[in-house]
Design a protein. Sequence first.
Length: 191
Amino acid sequence: MSISSASHDHLESVLFEEEVILTRLDELAVEINREYEGKSLTVVAVLHGSLMMMADLLRRIRLPLKMECLSVESYHGGVESSGKVSFNMKKIPALSGDHVLIVDDILDSGRTLEEITRRISNECDPESIRVAVLLDKKADRVAGIKPDYVGFEIDDLFVVGYGLDYRGRYRNLPFIGTLKPEYLLPEHRSL
């Protein structure tokens, strides 16, 4: 599948092609199907970055499940977590008694996923909470959270594509890559 030449010209490198991502999601789905067989499963997507992964992963899970979405923000337009997690909703979905699988695009500082799991645990009384991430970044993790399901480990890079964005753009790329520095704001180029 090709992307526009303008989007392609903005990329420094491609880390994971679409076929590689989909193959890995096949493998994760096998694990998830096995783990949650016969259980009441609710999958919670962390918006907006996890939407591509969520759609492709859920098509591979062969269990009856419910799906919910959380709107959370921690980057606030930058390329690193700001340290402040904002929930863009008043109430967490009803998850009492369910086994909850949180799906997110990337785990870097861990602040966002730690706050989400804390809120779900404290406010929703779930049977269990597990976390699936597409990317586990080798970064200075501030929070102690560890994902239960990982698509890929990556170095401490800023990446776009397959749901991941830079200032709202590049989410639609069918693969994951890095941007050329000239397409980043000056204050983000050294990161």
